[in-house]
Design a protein around this ligand. Structure first.
Ligand code: ATP
Ligand code: MG
Length: 448
C-alpha cells in the first residue's frame, strides 16, 4: 500500500512546497493527491495541483492568511489557494454519504482517514497520495500497477461507483482517451451497464468531459469502442455507425470516415467538434442514383444545423457554436490553391476560419478513398495563404486603403458605400487594381 517512490521533491512547484510546509509545521498532514501524482508518475508536469489534508477549511484559511484564498466549496471541504501563480485545490480528507440523485453526495463527513478519502475517488490511478516528507506513495488500490499496465480501473465496485455519480462513466472514457489506456474489463462492463445514468447529468458537466474526451489522443478508438455509451448523450451519432457510402470517393462507412477525420485533425475543441459532426446528417440526406451510387446533397447545411442543436443543448459557448457550425457548412467547398483564391476565401471567411478549413479539408481527405491528395493540397493552400500574407494581401474591406468615410466624402451615400467597398475589394483581390488610395478613389469616382 505504501511504497518508496522515485518522485522528486524538485518536481513540486515552490508555492505548493511552501503550502505543504505551512500545514506540516502546524501539525497537520497534507499530501499532493489525484491527477498531479498520476501525471508525475507518468513523467509529465501536472497542469494543476490537488492537496488533501486533515486540516479543516477554516484551519487552513487561518494558516494561509498571506495567500489569496477562494472558498470554492467550503461545505465540501475545498478551498482554492492562489499560491504564487499556481492555484492549489486544498481539500479536507472527507468521506461521502449516499448518492440519492446519482450526482451529488447526500452528506460529506470530515474527520476521516487518508485511506477513506482515497477510497471515495473514482479511478485507481487518481486515488494515490504522495507523502513528500517520507517520500513514499500511498497507493491502497494498486494505482501505480494500473498506470504501468496502462489500465483504467474503478476504485471498489464499479457498478456502485457509477451509480453514485454517473459523470464517472464519462470521466472514465475521458481518461481512457486522454491517456490512451484500456479500460479494465469489469469497469468496462459496468460503464456500459450504467450508461443510461448519463441522462440525468447537467449539460455543463457532460460538455466538459465530452470535450476533453474529443481532444484526447485516443479519442477515435474510445469513441469506436464505446459508441453505445456516448450515444446516450449524443444520440445523433448513432445513425452514422455502419452507414455505407457506396460512392467512388469513399472507402469507409460514415462513422469510420468520421473517426479517421477525428484522428487526423489537431486536438482543438472547434476542430474536433467539427470533425465529429461534419457528416452527421449524411444518413438522412442519402439518395441513390441509377448506378446505385449514393449521394448526400445538402448534408453540409443539415449537419451544421444538427451540430448547432447539439452544442446548444450542451450549453457550449456561443463563439464555439458559431465556429463549428460555420466550418461544417463550408467543409465541402472546393477551389484551386492559388494566392488569389486564398485571399478571396480568407477574406470572406476570416483568416481564422480559413486556417481551420485547411485542417478540416486535410483530415477529411485523409479519411476518403484518395488520401494521397490530402497533404499536397493542404501544403499548397497554406503556401498560397502565406504568400498572400507576405504580399500584404487585402482580406477584408477594412484593409482597403480607403474607408467608407472617404467614399462619403466624394459623394457616395447609402448602400452605394458598402457596395463600392466590396467591388473595390474584389478588384484588389483579383489583381486588377492596386490597394492604393489614389487608384481606389479614381475607380470609385467612375461609379458616381
Ligand atoms: P485532470 O486534472 O487531469 O483532469 P484529475 O484526476 O486531477 O485529472 P480532477 O477532475 O482534477 O481530475 O479531480 C481531482 C481528483 O478528485 C481526481 O483525481 C479524483 O481522485 C477526484 N475526483 C474528481 N471528480 C470525481 C468524481 N466525480 N468522483 C470521484 N472522484 C473524483
Ligand atoms: Mg486535476
Amino acid at each position: 500500500m505504501t511504497a518508496r517512490t522515485h518522485l522528486r521533491q524538485s518536481a513540486v512547484p515552490p508555492a505548493v512546497a511552501a503550502l505543504l510546509k505551512t500545514l506540516h509545521e502546524a501539525g497537520f498532514s497534507a499530501y499532493p493527491v489525484g491527477g498531479c501524482v498520476r501525471d508525475l508518475l507518468l513523467g509529465r508536469q501536472p497542469h494543476d495541483w490537488d492537496v488533501t489534508t486533515n486540516a479543516l477549511p477554516r484551519q487552513s484559511e487561518e494558516l494561509l492568511q498571506s495567500c489569496r484564498v477562494i472558498e470554492t466549496g467550503v461545505q465540501h471541504g475545498t478551498i482554492t489557494v492562489l499560491a504564487g501563480d499556481c492555484p492549489v485545490e486544498l481539500t479536507t480528507f472527507r468521506g461521502e454519504g449516499g448518492y440519492a440523485d446519482g450526482r451529488h453526495p447526500d452528506t460529506v463527513t470530515f474527520g476521516v482517514t487518508l485511506q477513506q478519502d482515497l477510497s471515495r475517488r473514482d479511478f485507481t490511478i487518481g486515488a494515490m497520495a504522495w507523502d513528500t516528507e517520507k517520500n513514499c506513495l500511498i497507493d491502497p488500490f494498486g494505482g501505480q500497477r494500473d498506470l504501468q499496465n496502462r489500465l483504467l480501473r474503478a476504485v471498489g465496485d464499479p457498478d456502485r461507483r457509477f451509480a453514485e455519480d454517473g459523470l464517472r462513466i464519462l470521466r472514465g472514457l475521458r481518461f481512457a482517451a486522454e491517456l490512451g489506456f484500456a479500460v479494465e474489463p469489469e469497469t468496462a462492463a459496468a460503464l456500459r451497464r450504467n450508461a443510461p445514468r448519463l441522462q440525468s447529468l447537467s449539460p455543463e458537466r457532460v460538455r466538459a468531459e465530452l470535450q476533453k474526451l474529443l481532444c484526447g489522443r485516443a479519442a477515435a478508438p474510445v469513441l469506436r469502442e464505446y459508441i453505445e455509451v456516448i450515444g446516450v448523450v449524443l444520440p445523433e451519432l448513432l445513425p452514422m455507425v455502419g452507414f455505407a457510402q457506396n460512392n467512388p470517393h469513399h472507402n469507409r462507412d460514415v462513422w469510420e470516415h468520421t473517426l479517421t477525420v477525428l484522428e487526423n485533425i489537431p486536438a482543438e475543441p472547434v476542430l474536433r467538434w467539427a470533425a465529429l459532426l461534419h457528416d452527421a446528417e449524411k444518413p438522412a440526406c442519402c439518395t441513390v442514383d441509377a448506378e446505385g451510387v449514393r449521394h448526400f446533397h445538402g448534408h453540409q447545411q443539415k449537419s451544421a444545423e444538427t451540430a448547432e442543436a447539439i452544442l446548444r443543448r450542451l450549453h457550449c459557448e456561443t463563439r464555439l457554436i458559431a465556429d463549428v457550425t460555420e466550418l461544417i457548412k463550408i467543409h465541402d467547398i472546393r477551389f484551386p490553391a492559388t494566392v488569389e483564391t486564398a485571399t478571396r476565401w480568407a477574406g470572406r471567411w476570416g483568416e481564422k476560419r480559413f486556417l481551420q478549413f485547411t485542417e478540416l479539408r486535410r483530415a477529411d481527405t485523409l479519411g476518403q478513398a484518395h488520401p494521397g491528395e490530402a497533404e499536397p493540397y493542404y501544403r499548397a493552400l497554406r503556401a498560397a495563404y502565406d504568400e498572400a500574407k507576405r504580399q500584404d494581401a487585402c482580406f477584408t474591406v477594412r484593409q482597403l486603403a480607403v474607408s467608407g468615410d472617404d467614399l462619403t466624402a466624394i459623394g457616395l451615400s447609402g448602400p452605394a458605400v458598402g457596395e463600392t467597398l466590396r467591388r473595390l475589394l474584389r478588384l484588389v483581390q483579383g489583381g486588377t487594381l492596386p490597394n492604393e488610395r489614389a487608384a481606389l478613389l479614381a475607380e470609385a469616382r467612375q461609379q458616381e
